[in-house]
Design a protein around this ligand. Sequence first.
Ligand code: ZN
Length: 495
Amino acid sequence: MKPALTLLISLLLLSTLVFAQSARSHKSAPPHKAKPQAKAVRQPETPEGIHQSALIIDTHADTPQRFLDENFDLGENTPVTEGQIDLGKIKKGNLGAEFFSIWVEPEFKGQYAKRAMDLIDSVYQQAARHPDQMTMAFSADDILRAHQQHKFAALMGIEGGHAIEDDLRLLRDFYRLGVRYMTLTWSNTNDWADSSGDIQNPAIKHHNGMTDFGKDVVREMNRLGMIVDISHVSDATFYQALLVSQAPVIASHSSARALTSAPRNMTDDMLRAVARNGGVVMVNFYSAFVDQNYLNASSDPQKVKERDDEIEAYKKAHAHPDGSPVTYDEYAFIEKKWAAQFPRPPLKSLIDHIDHVAKVAGIDHVGLGSDFDGITSLPQGLDSVADLPKITEALVQRGYNAEQIRKILGGNFLRVMREVEETARRIRAERKESDALSVEDVELMLGNRVTADHLIQVVRRHGVNFDLTPQLRERLKAEKASDAVLDTIAKSKRQ
Ligand SMILES: [Zn+2]
């Protein structure tokens, strides 16, 4: 910034401060015998008032499967037994922004990216159908803008790193399509990161956390500004991701293991590590993740086997003629019916988890990651997104003040999203000014179809940090690098 401009801005800021000061002192000295102004009397904030004035952000809902597989329209008012999110319920619950989960079932092997693309499209379709009530959002500023326009903001996060098919190009494509976080794994270990879901299974090939490529994925996410999500990953993957990531991470939908011993909940040590990293843990609402009694009852091996057998039988009986997998959505009714046999835990169980994360990680590191439309049981009184005000009410009863509650409801997440965006800008600026181009950089530009002239200019200006071996020459040629570009690269190696 230019010194003169800085001075001008400082002066402006100073005069605003002086004005604010005098305005405040004016208020604190009420004029003699004047009627008290209604505005000057500050009412203690009611739970209702806190909830309605908050910008509420939920970081995980599995509704896109309903959009895609059931042709569900977000404008429909569905019974809570069928769906936990629709525009009417969103309004009632005052939800400001939702991260819709792009969850690719591992059964879609061979077509992960296509399935992800279809789910992404289904979210855009909903925004296009309801432009008066909702809008797509891609940044922290977008979320704020939508909030000011009284519109619901729809964002997207990929659940399960297998969706990128071991290809950084696809990762970048997903970012370009608007995906703003990625859960490194779902319940399945992929080719580059271990999951908590199968870590005990000796039949699965594990990596002792992440492979080198997995670490590259995290670095590339940092550079793009895609939030690294550590929900579902194994403990080793978690600690390695935190070591590699230059930006704060999130757990988009994870609860506390000290209270409920589900392996995909987070230990106190992990909660403290996220706090040190500056990230945020968004608490999952699922009964089996927030209540030990429910978890014990629903992990009875005999009962689990009965459910799995019924699902297998259903899948066989309803196989698709084209060979595509029977989706979760089709047999979800079996899961729901099965889950209903166990009594729902009290709402208190969920509040205990929020409280625990707030105490162990700190009030700046806790938020809400409901997992709506992806779970088969919720605590009592919490039937859908319309019941979010009950969480605020319960937090007030626990002694949380308005400022703390607004942090939990969305403020903390917004801060992390901004920091991730800021980190990406910093990494890209450093690269531009000091680093010679890597093969990845050149491939990114080739993929972006920049002109040969431009590419030659950039290569001359920055140099490259690799030797153009005959193999590499062939590879870049296959990616449509011209001979002139390749010759320039060959001469531009920086020492
Ligand atoms: Zn999940």
